[in-house]
Design a protein around this ligand. Structure first.
Ligand code: PLP
Length: 608
């Protein structure tokens, strides 16, 4: 037996498919209707729980019941429905209070999510209390939502951010933290469980040390609340934030916990209805806690749904859930550590059920891994996970992340491992195999240059008389495919036809920022012309190479004026790319288009 950081005794490694005795996973799974669906013809395996969790029937029923029976605005009317809605909303607050171990429901403020909770503290407490030269300490593994609000606050007040570094294993470095603490430290805002690495930070010690210096502590509990039993009084944190949708509740609802004396001294965050005692044009007096911080009509159904989610978690037992997830984490970690070429990012000894990894050999972009897993019905998250500083710390553009929940099983992990092994084997074969020839390859000879050679690369020539004509051909080709799985496949194949960009072109100046993968793009004026553009580009992600092939087909060899006049957004919409590419990928595509258009503008009088 080993002791889990939260004090739960955990059985040592089990056999591959032995379910933990403590939790009847099949029964739990039956509570989640969505787990019965298929994705791309395969049973759904949902490993993106750190982004959001699925909802049990009890939560869906609570929402349905509220809207079917009790729907009314709260706190304001004397009629029965309003009383019932108010009671249900306030009951939800009591449930959150118990869930977090707060001293009183007045300390529970309903907000939109962890992000809004942090912004509330930054805006209200921060502006009232911070001055130039004061310091806020964060860790190097914060989610952007626990970085950006503090940066904004620093800009407004002249306060300064200090960042606690992390080790190569992704541990919070307590020694470094102690060195940063000083009499200037006013607030320590740290993540409890890292969403990108899974690290459980030593919050007790962090809080003790901060308090010894007279600083307050805000815990970002967005990932802790779903995984760890929680007692904010015992932890003695000053603020704690969480999101409902990560604990099996609805989106759009979350919680800020604050110690009552602190919240009482803080000015309101937003003004409006329901947060006042009296209003005249001369002066407004504010309501008591918690209403002072809940201006306007709140997400009533969301709070009720969150209450139902917490009831559900309690009915299963949070320690049993922690035990089950610990078993999944250990099993997946052991198995993945044996996969050649796979590197887990984040190996802290105290971790929650999150595994971030990269595949180094053969090199595979996280974007491609995620896209291919999706085609097998496996939902994972890829990219920087809103933790760009973490990716910079490890010198990688992003990871593929598995995050487990109480309904996941070792059998699902086995399916994932099989698929991943297959993807790695495919990539290995491709690496040693030859470049295929497809319809796009007429534009350039696939072997006309190699990264090591000095030979002038062959630029893709015009695929049609104009971007419009090329676009029309592409639309017709895309229409040959019935669904997006086939279109993706088509794009991937086109991407395979792009020759690798010679090393000499992989410069910082040619790097296209804003993409989740590494992308280089080099454009030039076609020799012998005054206004024809040709360009080369490459990426470590196969799908992005497919998009590059699309752009080459549209734009390379075309006149700058024609490129600038072409409605590229309209074209993407006609292909359906606006709906079928994630925001991150659309941003990357937009960044490449912007680079080409910018170059086109330099050949004309137009401004981009
Ligand atoms: C550690 C952490 N903090 C904060 C957030 C922000 O949560 P939300 O988007 O629900 O406000 C997330 C979301 O992924 C998170 O993982």
């Amino acid at each position: 037996m080993s002791i889990h950081p939260i004090g739960v005794a955990v059985p040592s490694a089990r056999g591959a498919n032995a379910p933990p005795r403590a939790l009847d996973v099949e029964r739990v799974r039956a509570d989640f209707p969505i787990l019965g669906r298929e994705v791309h013809g395969q049973p759904l395996i949902y490993f993106d729980n750190a982004a959001t969790t699925q909802k049990p029937q009890a939560v869906l029923d609570a929402l349905m019941h509220y809207y079917s029976n009790d729907n009314a605005n709260i706190h304001r009317a004397v009629h029965l429905l309003s009383e019932q809605a108010t009671r249900a909303y306030e009951e939800a607050r009591h449930k959150v209070c118990r869930f977090l171990g707060a001293a009183a429901p007045q300390e529970i403020i309903f907000v939109r999510g962890a992000t809004e909770g942090i912004n509330l503290v930054a805006h209200s407490w921060g502006r009232a209390n911070l001055h130039a030269g004061d310091e806020i300490i964060l860790s190097a593994m914060e989610h952007h939502s626990n970085i950006v609000p503090w940066q904004m606050l620093c800009e407004q007040t002249g306060a300064v951010l200090r960042v606690v570094p992390i080790s190569d294993d992704g541990e919070f470095l307590l020694d470094e933290y102690e060195k940063l603490l000083s009499d200037r430290t006013r607030l320590v805002a740290v993540v409890y469980v890292s969403n990108s690495l899974g690290t459980i930070t030593p919050v007790r010690r962090i809080i003790e040390l901060a308090h010894a210096r007279g600083a307050l502590v805000l815990l970002d509990g967005a990932q802790a609340a779903p995984h760890l039993p929680m007692d904010v009084q015992e932890l003695d944190c000053d603020f704690f934030v969480m999101s409902g949708h990560k604990v099996y509740g609805p989106t759009g609802i979350g919680v800020l916990y604050g110690k009552a004396p602190l919240l009482e001294r803080m000015p309101p965050y937003q003004g409006g209805g329901d947060m006042i005692k009296s209003v005249t044009f001369a002066k407004t007096t504010y309501a008591d806690l918690p209403n002072k911080f809940e201006a306007g009509t709140p997400h009533i159904a969301g709070a009720i749904g969150l209450g139902a989610a917490l009831d559900y978690l309690e009915s299963i037992g949070r320690e049993r859930i922690a035990l089950h997830e610990e078993m999944l984490l250990r099993y997946a970690t052991e198995q993945m550590s044996e996969l050649r070429g796979v590197r887990i990012i984040g190996n802290a000894p105290h971790k929650a059920a999150v595994i971030s990894f990269v595949v180094d050999d053969p090199p595979m972009a996280a974007l491609d891994i995620g896209t291919k897993l999706d085609l097998e019905g496996i939902a994972v998250r890829t990219g920087h996970h809103c933790c760009q500083p973490v990716m910079d710390r490890f010198g990688i553009p992003g990871t593929t992340r598995l995050s487990f929940a109480l309904y996941n099983t070792t059998a699902e992990i086995d399916v994932f491992l099989d698929v991943l092994r297959g993807l790695i084997a495919d990539a290995d074969r491709k690496r040693t195999g030859s470049v295929s020839e497809g319809p796009f390859s007429v534009a350039y000879a696939a072997d006309s240059f190699s990264p090591a050679s000095d030979i002038e690369p062959v630029y893709p020539r015009a695929a049609a008389d104009s971007p419009q004509a090329a676009a029309q051909e592409l639309i017709e080709e895309f229409e040959l495919f019935d669904d997006w799985v086939d279109r993706y496949q088509y794009l991937l194949e086109r991407g395979e036809e792009i020759p690798p960009l010679p090393e000499a072109f992989r410069t910082e100046a040619n790097r296209v920022r804003g993409c989740q993968s590494t992308v280089y793009l080099w454009a030039r004026k076609k020799p012998g012309t005054t206004d024809v553009i040709e360009f080369l580009a490459d990426s470590d992600a196969e799908l992005v190479r497919g998009l590059i092939a699309l752009l080459e087909r549209l734009f390379s060899g075309q006149r700058a004026e024609d490129i600038l006049a072409f409605d590229v957004e309209g074209f993407f919409a006609r292909l359906g790319l606006d709906q079928h590419l994630t925001l991150g990928r659309r941003n990357g595509l937009a960044a490449m288009v912007q680079r080409i258009r910018h170059f086109a503008a330099t050949l004309t009088d137009r401004k981009e």
